[in-house]
Design a protein around this ligand. Structure first.
Ligand code: ASP
Ligand code: MG
Length: 417
């Protein structure tokens, strides 16, 4: 069994959906779970719909949603003459909600609306493939992936989900070779939709791979594979054909956009190789990520924008001992904050985190009970693995560096923009 994941760019036009039919045509003898994300920029567009709805602008929200509806219908009509009834059901569910007055948390509504992106795109792909003779069963992944109610960043209940996969997904393969489902979304035990965090479809695909004991996971993207830097930022970025799980988890953690950071663990735990391949050039092998250690890697460069440096210093010149540190990490846990870099000194501690306005404000307030708090915004965290003096010089010259850390493999520099 294999798992394939197709991202938004691979299905954003009728032509591209036909292209994935061509790819899948060469795998009809295999048993495959196909995980689909929302088309193109639909998730962003749905985010605008919810934000507008939450400002009590119901009519405007409905208008924005109408545009999303039309975008899907135009693509569906290019692919099949038959109406896809499911689309109407999902449209109606969202529209029904958009007529309401918001009374719950924003995140709750976010998940109820944004999940439509994956439900719509996967329904279109499934219907089209069935009509083209690539027989598949469409599954609403919300019946499989059970999560808690931490909306927008829900945590998967692994045991429940594993059982559902055993009960529902595996038996399908006795009669059909392909299951088509959605990434990124799940549901609570009260049947509320949830999402797993932006770009979370890779993670869903990795969970499926782990739970069906797949021989491999392939993520189909619009790039040749993994590069040593983001080609949008660095025009000399080089393609890398093999990487270890360790290497990729570090890259993803420090902000490489290539794969969602949560993707690696489920694969590594069962030693399932991950192929990153280009849907525009399926003949090329792409990058393979596995437990094999790869020698002689080029420097790998990752930029993480929108960073804040928080300087916490003791109020009375006492050392930053274990008590304030414990309290600080309790605050991180409460606010679900993950520091990207920390550095301690005698009477102060420096912490670099993502600039999420709401969280930063709460953190500053809570930390001010024990520390004097200073913030510096608009910073970029540069991480270079397998660095050498030339690359450090090239990327840091003319920059003001506010914090630097170096280990044998990795250098990190927090820089002013
Ligand atoms: N559609 C979601 C997003 O754009 C999930 C994903 O693409 O992985 O974030
Ligand atoms: Mg995506």
């Amino acid at each position: 069994m294999k798992v394939f994941k197709f991202g938004g760019a691979s299905i954003n036009t009728a032509e591209r959906i036909k292209n994935i039919r061509t790819i899948l045509n060469s795998y009809t003898q295999e048993k495959i779970v196909v995980v689909i994300s929302a088309m193109g920029k639909i998730t962003n567009a749905l985010e605008k719909v919810v934000a507008t709805f939450y400002e009590n602008k119901n009519d405007e929200a409905l208008q924005l949603f109408e545009k999303i509806k039309q975008d899907h219908l135009i693509i569906a009509n290019k692919l099949t003459d038959k109406p896809i009834n499911q689309l109407t059901d999902f449209f109606t569910e969202v529209e029904w909600l958009l007529h309401d007055k918001p009374v719950k948390d924003f995140s709750y509504y976010y998940d109820q609306v944004v999940c439509a992106g994956e439900l719509l795109s996967s329904s279109i792909v499934s219907a089209f493939l069935n009509e083209e003779g690539i027989k598949n069963i469409w599954i609403d992944v919300r019946d499989i992936i059970r999560t808690d109610d931490n909306f927008r960043d829900a945590n998967v209940d692994i045991d429940f989900t594993q059982n559902k996969i055993q009960e529902v997904i595996l038996p399908i393969f006795n009669t059909t070779n392909m299951v088509i489902t959605q990434g990124f979304i799940g549901s609570t035990d009260e049947n509320e939709s949830t999402t797993l965090g932006r770009e979370g479809s890779d993670y869903t695909a990795a969970l499926f791979a782990n739970m069906i004991d797949a021989e491999s996971l392939t993520i189909w993207k619009d790039v040749e594979g993994v590069m040593n830097a983001d080609p949008k930022e660095f025009n000399d970025a080089k393609f890398i054909n093999a990487l270890s799980y360790d290497e990729v988890i570090e890259m993803a953690y420090y902000g490489a956009q290539v794969i969602h950071p949560k993707t690696i663990k489920p694969l590594q735990n069962k030693n399932i190789p991950l192929h990153v391949r280009c849907f525009l050039n399926p003949a090329s092998g792409g990058t393979i990520i596995s437990n094999k250690y790869v020698q002689h890697l080029p420097p790998i460069v990752v930029l993480k924008q929108n960073q804040v440096l928080i300087n916490l210093s003791s109020k009375d010149f006492s050392f930053v001992g274990e008590k304030p540190m414990v309290r600080l990490y309790e605050i991180f846990a409460e606010l679900k904050i993950k520091p990207n870099l920390t550095q301690n000194a005698a009477i102060s501690i420096l912490i670099c985190i993502d600039d999420l306005q709401e969280k930063i404000e709460k953190l500053a307030l809570m930390a001010s009970e024990i520390f004097d708090v200073q913030l510096e915004k608009n910073l970029t965290l540069l991480t270079i693995r397998h660095y050498n003096p030339e690359i450090i010089n090239k990327l840091s010259k003319d920059k003001t560096i506010v914090l630097e850390q170096k280990t044998k493999d990795t250098i990190q520099m927090l820089m002013k923009n």
